[in-house]
Design a binder for this molecule. Structure first.
Ligand code: ADP
Ligand code: ADP
Length: 226
């Protein structure tokens, strides 16, 4: 079960003002939820709190049935994909994808099985021995997604994963992300400022404004509003 519940979540950085004020969201198991809103409204902060990369100032965060406010990122059942890929430059694609699993002392055969399966899904089997510098932006982003997939998480978090790609590739990756969501049957929470991405990917869309949820609805409902 990978329902994600945010109950009266708030965030202030240091002694500053609350940049997330009082967010209540109930994200269903296997749902694809997209967070949108103007720059600075708190999308990234919200995602990073779900990931465990930022402390929660107030409220309760549940992943599955577990309160995870104080659970470190690697002990949450999540994997995050970053905009800038965050690959290790000195490692090959295989090593990049295997690294997190090695840290968990997973047996080598299982690591190999998982990396191979993810590489097949993302059609990067022929790139396993390459280093990031010898690949295109789209290929690097696939590796970054692959690194999340091998962890086999219940929840995927995406922070503007396509915004460094050109328009054609973005279109292609949108379709692949939809397919991935179908294949993996995981909950996905996805931050973007791209309207088309939000409309095509989201089962539901969260519109954030000044640290509050302005709307949380299906794309068709949002689209039909005056
Ligand atoms: P978005 O992702 O929607 O652009 P952010 O979550 O990055 O919004 O930022 C929300 C607010 O929090 C902004 O006012 C931003 O300046 C502030 N903020 C983000 N990160 C920090 C930080 N590390 N320290 C202080 N303020 C921050
Ligand atoms: P180490 O060198 O620390 O033992 P590696 O990550 O180099 O670990 O290799 C671990 C396992 O993964 C080995 O069994 C190796 O055969 C396999 N492996 C490494 N690179 C690839 C690759 N490009 N394609 C398939 N299997 C690989």
């Amino acid at each position: 079960m990978s329902r994600v519940q945010l109950d009266h979540i708030a965030k202030a950085y240091g002694n500053g003002p609350r940049v997330i004020r009082d967010v209540n969201l109930d994200i269903q198991d296997k749902e694809f939820v997209v967070l949108v809103g103007p720059s600075g409204c708190g999308k990234s902060t919200l995602l990073r709190m779900i990931a465990g990369l930022e402390a929660i100032t107030d409220g309760t965060l549940l992943i599955g049935d577990r309160r995870v406010n104080d659970v470190p990122p690697n002990e949450r059942d999540i994997a995050m994909v970053f905009q800038n890929y965050a690959l290790y430059p000195h490692m090959t694609v295989y090593e990049n994808m295997a690294f997190g699993l090695k840290l968990r002392n997973m047996p080598k055969t299982e690591i190999k099985d998982r990396v191979t399966a993810a590489a097949r899904l993302l059609e990067i089997e022929n790139l396993l021995d390459r280093k990031p510098k010898d690949m295109s932006g789209g290929q690097r982003q696939r590796v970054a997604i692959g690194r999340a997939i091998v962890r086999n998480p219940q929840v995927f978090l995406f922070d503007e994963p396509l915004s460094n790609l050109d328009a054609k590739l973005r279109g292609q990756m949108r379709i692949e992300l939809q397919k991935l969501h179908r294949d993996l049957q995981a909950t996905m929470i996805y931050v973007t400022h791209d309207q088309i991405e939000a409309m095509t990917l989201g089962n539901r869309i969260v519109v954030l404004r000044n640290g509050d949820v302005q709307q949380f609805d299906t794309p068709i409902t949002l689209y039909n509003q005056p």
